[in-house]
Design a protein around this ligand. Structure first.
Ligand SMILES: [Zn+2]
Length: 73
């Protein structure tokens, strides 16, 4: 099944699926799927600065300490 791409009016920001806005007749632009939360637009940049995924970053995660605590019991 082919999914229609969600579009949004460049003028009034109304969502639609056709070529033009039902509301004002302006053109609709394709809304790209968001890779990250709209509440966190700088997330990717921040993760890059923290070097997320590197060995040092993984060791800095609190999960490691929790696992060691469990072994002692
Ligand atoms: Zn419109």
């Amino acid at each position: 099944m082919v999914r229609s791409k969600l579009k949004r009016c460049v003028s009034c920001k109304e969502y639609g699926l056709g070529e033009k806005c039902n509301d004002c007749g302006n053109i609709l632009e394709v809304v790209a799927p968001l890779k990250y939360s709209p509440e966190d637009p700088q997330g990717n940049r921040r993760r890059k600065r923290l070097d997320a995924g590197s060995k040092g970053w993984i060791e800095s995660l609190p999960n490691t300490n929790i696992d060691e605590d469990l072994k002692d019991e």
